[in-house]
Design a protein around this ligand. Structure first.
Ligand code: ATP
Ligand code: MG
Length: 330
């Protein structure tokens, strides 16, 4: 089993990113040969501030390392350092069809009614994603709901390429949907996703928040006046309460029923401080490692360079075979 997954280097990760994505990666590195990359090339599909992209790439790498990605167990790198991603994308551009890309809901959502003024990078984004995973013969790709369609497209591109060029070069990657990835909601509104683009900082717990900030945000989190029930089913109409129980369970690594069994009958006056203590116990050490890494950016850059070297070595044979399959003299 070989897993490939990328994340865009945007600043300021939060508890939702950690519990919903990064922690799954950390678990994965012991179960499969894992390649994780910072999708800096993908970031170019939207307008960028160059200095910010550079800084975000290093900071995101530091965050992943602080969360437990271990460069001796997983291959961690930034996409731009492995030119084979771009090279294979161009080759696959000959295989992908305009109609396929036109149907992508993410393209439709992000381009809106004004597709003509969008970058071709945004349109071709899924072709680069296909290159990202096909390049390494990934067998599994961790995907959320929003990325399922792009993985399907990668499989279509691989199938057509194999057929057109009479080869079995590309492995068709399977989606890997983590059973334990919770969806974390805003602390201000239990029906909205916790998100780094929410203008209210009180809506999320950032991975760089101090212990005091974490405690205060949970104290002020929106809730209701009812005590906690014994089952999740009884929380169906209480989105904020459900979210806090979900967060508690995810942080402790137990089921929501276990949490409710412990707190049933108690109100938020008792639950919130317990939740804050638990969050501080889990996130405090991550923040401390992150702070140390941000003071030692050379070490982060060295880890990325070492990861890129391993990724380049893995990518080279597939790129070469793809070039030969289409008749490029390289
Ligand atoms: P933006 O608001 O800019 O879209 P975001 O907070 O949604 O930012 P992304 O960079 O889009 O973060 O997502 C990074 C990863 O974190 C993805 O795998 C995504 O599925 C996951 N993720 C983001 N928000 C949550 C959340 N609230 N709960 C669980 N997983 C999340
Ligand atoms: Mg998002």
């Amino acid at each position: 089993m070989r897993v490939v997954s990328g994340i865009q280097p945007t600043g300021n990760l939060h508890l939702g990113n950690y519990l919903g994505a990064i922690r799954q990666w950390v678990a994965m590195q012991d179960q499969a040969e894992s390649l994780f990359f910072l999708a800096d090339l993908h970031a170019l599909s939207q307008p960028v501030v160059p200095a910010q992209l550079a800084q975000n790439t290093v900071e995101m790498a530091a965050t992943l390392l602080a969360c437990g990605i271990d460069p001796s167990r997983a291959i961690l790198f930034n996409q731009a350092r492995v030119p084979a991603h771009s090279e294979l994308q161009w080759i696959l551009g000959g295989t992908a069809r305009m109609g396929w890309l036109n149907r992508m809901t993410q393209w439709k959502d992000k381009s809106g009614k004004d597709g003509a003024s969008q970058s071709t990078g945004l349109f071709n984004y899924p072709v680069l994603q296909a290159a990202d995973v096909l390049l390494y013969q990934a067998t599994h790709v961790p995907v959320g709901d929003d990325q399922k369609q792009h993985l399907e497209l990668a499989r279509d591109i691989a199938t057509k390429f194999n057929l057109d060029f009479d080869t079995e070069l590309f492995v068709l990657p399977e989606p890997f949907i983590s059973p334990s990835a919770p969806r974390i909601m805003s602390l201000r509104d239990g029906t909205a996703k916790m998100s780094k683009s929410d203008p209210s900082d009180a809506s999320r717990i950032n991975l760089i928040d101090s212990d005091e900030a974490i405690a205060q945000k949970f104290r002020k989190a929106r809730t209701d006046a009812e005590p906690l029930p014994a089952t999740m089913a009884e929380l169906a109409d209480r989105a904020e309460a459900r979210n806090l129980v979900t967060i508690y369970a995810a942080l402790e690594g137990v089921g929501t029923d276990t949490v409710l069994a412990r707190f049933a009958g108690q109100g938020f006056g008792a639950f919130k401080p317990a939740l804050a203590d638990l969050a501080i116990a889990v996130l405090g050490p991550i923040r401390e490692r992150l702070t140390r890494l941000l003071d030692d950016r050379a070490a982060v850059a060295a880890a990325l360079e070492q990861g890129a070297e391993r990724a380049r070595a893995l990518a080279a044979p597939t790129l070469k075979a793809a070039q030969q399959a289409v008749g490029l003299q390289v």
